[in-house]
Design a binder for this molecule. Structure first.
Ligand code: FE
Ligand code: FE
Ligand code: ZN
Length: 275
């Protein structure tokens, strides 16, 4: 069993997202904690969050996977951008405590010319400033495609970040199928080999969520362009094998495919038919 859902907009509040996902036939979802590009964030209404919690319990949802802003870059060469990113991260994590025990995923960052090693140091530094002992959220580092100067394009880089964080028990990894494929991991022909590497380098106990996307490009393209399930280079058979693989048992799978509502409803139904 896995949990399946997609990205939803938080515009109408938290309870509305839960109810919408029930209508979509899913049992997990993701949302951007703030406008993904602009960086603004909505205030929390505690009653609304409580109402969502009731929906989650009643419908036996899996973990939810909030997504940090794309503008948040903990390892920009520009110190102002870095400080801004840290501020967003701290505020997002404070807010997540209204909905305890869920996941918060973010793109580790882009080193913008400083080199991966410096990027890794700065991301870890940011996490060391933002994580706090009482928090109940698990923060997930997303596996990246390796586009531009993205950090986290291989398992080694993610592990290096984790190793530098004091409260590393608060950290996990979100496995984006499009990104890992684009960064050069052949999840089509060698899924067991890729997961074996993940186990050896990071440890499968850190694997907490999946971004479930096909890819518009071949393995190793470092492009990061998502495709609908079965319509890209990964293909439906491989997507099905991933959803059925025991390493992903019990995890929330989030669709980030280029779809409208109807498309998501169909993809959720497709994935459920495999389980
Ligand atoms: Fe992402
Ligand atoms: Fe993703
Ligand atoms: Zn992506």
């Amino acid at each position: 069993m896995i949990y399946i859902g997609c990205h939803l907009t938080v515009t109408n509040g938290y309870e509305a997202m839960g109810r919408q996902m029930v209508d979509f036939g899913g049992n997990t979802f993701a949302w951007f904690t703030r406008n993904p590009r602009g960086g603004k964030s909505k205030d929390i209404v505690p009653e609304d969050v409580q109402a969502l919690s009731a929906v989650l319990a009643e419908k036996s949802f899996g973990k939810l996977v909030a997504h940090g802003s794309y503008t948040m870059n903990l390892c920009s060469a520009n110190p102002e951008t870095r400080a801004n990113g840290l501020d967003m991260l701290k505020k997002d994590l404070e807010k997540m405590e209204y909905l305890p025990g869920q996941y918060y995923n973010f793109h580790p960052g882009s080193h913008t010319g400083q080199g991966a090693e410096a990027g890794i140091e700065q991301i870890a530094e940011g996490l060391n400033k933002a994580l706090f002992p009482e928090m109940r959220t698990t923060v997930l580092l997303e596996t990246m495609a390796g586009k531009g100067s993205e950090v986290g394009r291989n398992f080694e880089e993610l592990k290096e970040i984790i190793d530098r964080v004091e409260l590393s028990d608060k950290l996990g990894v979100c496995f984006d199928t499009c990104h890992t494929w684009d960064s050069g991991y052949d999840i089509v022909n060698d899924l067991d080999g890729v997961l074996g590497k993940f186990e050896k380098i990071i440890g499968l106990s850190r694997l907490k969520a999946v971004h479930f996307n096909d890819s518009k490009n071949p393995c190793g393209s470092a492009k990061d362009r998502h495709e609908k399930l079965g319509q890209g280079f990964i293909g439906m058979e491989a997507m099905k094998r991933i959803a059925q693989h025991p390493a992903f048992e019990g995890l929330p799978f989030i669709l980030e495919t280029p779809n409208d509502d109807e498309g998501y409803i169909q993809e959720i139904a497709t994935v459920k038919s495999w389980l």
